[in-house]
Design a protein around this ligand. Sequence first.
Ligand SMILES: [Zn+2]
Length: 457
Amino acid sequence: MQIRGTILQTPDANSLQVLEDHVVTVDAGVITDIIPARADGATRETLANDTAEAANDTAEAANDTAEAANDTVETLPDGVVLIPGLVDTHIHASQWPQLGTGLDLPLDEWLFAYTFPLEARYADINFARRTWADMVPRLLSHGTTTAVYYTSVHSAATTALAEACVQHGQRAFVGRVAMDHPEGTPQWYRDANATEALEASARSIDAVRSVSGNNGLVEPIITPRFIPACTDELLTSLGRLADETGVAVQTHCSENQWEHDYVLERHGCTDTHALERFGLLRPRTVLAHATHLTDDDRATIAASGAGVSHCPLSNIYFSERVFAARLALGAGIPVGLGTDIAGGPEPSLLAQCGHAVGSSRLLERSATSSIQRIDIVSAFWMATMGGARMLDLPVGLLAEGNRFDAVAVDLRSVGVDAHGDQTGTVDWSRMFEQLVRRARPADVSAVWVDGRRILVP
Ligand SMILES: [Zn+2]
């Protein structure tokens, strides 16, 4: 498969790379070549023709497509550009039905009033399947080609989410939530005890991996909800499970003052150091929020290889502080972006880029702080490369050797003039900023995951 067009992406947190009119060659999901189109001499075909082919699932059509791929290039229409697929590093899949509502309470009350009752409903596998069937395609339509999901304590619902991701072609980490603390969770929604929670978590790893058709696109992830919801016994055993299996880990870390103070009181140290003692601070650990980190926490996280999922919109509702993205990046921590559905009421990861920049401007201006702002380029790097680096995934940048996860965005539909000024000079930097701040699913003309075109709603 070959695709011709202009690529906009961020190889590092400080630079926008524009590959104008290039041809990307993809073989078995892997990018084998990216070269300027003029040197390639390939024939032009329209995107619309191949979309029709991709929609056809029969074996015959698959053969035709394979043949066509050998001698044609899909050329993106004028005004359509290619960006790397987005990596959303923090999503509570089970909270999808309450997206956009229930934001009037502080975190500790929000959990018991709205969120635990909703999550308890995933004991009903049909409710789970209906939710996943709506959520996964919608997130793909936003350009979220990789999603890092928490589900609920229910193993069957968790496996069903992995099945939905495989079916719709979304790269994902799917984690059954472990939570057994008799005070931090309600009696009607928790694991019975640490042993059962550990056993269910271990079985869920196998179940996610064994989903029919899963060729590694969907991975399990060990998911202790957060320290207040887990006993020490459970946290210790899940740290051991991560060590034995090498499976990625996700949890919340120093999300807000209440939670941060609770851990200081219970463990006499910050979340970061408590998680380290439990063996949960490791490469491919995703720490959500981390708004209350100390300098020492940052150094500890950086040394461990773990990363932070920055959820700027959610933090506005549930934290008292802005995540100091500039300090975390400066400390060498891989930082990704997260929607934190449904603590964050907006499903678009591109929109989070704008929120991350806006929050950093507030932080820069606050009287007691001298923390520099970030810009759209840094935010987009987090939404792509930062998340990919944290999870050790070969995505986030369209480059030779990486998997082809990409999104085609129509700048004309966004409302951006892609033709440049009177001299024909195109200001790609300005256009990129407009794309990131303004593009919506209606402006997404195609999505690919692992080289496969995804049909989005
Ligand atoms: Zn969360």
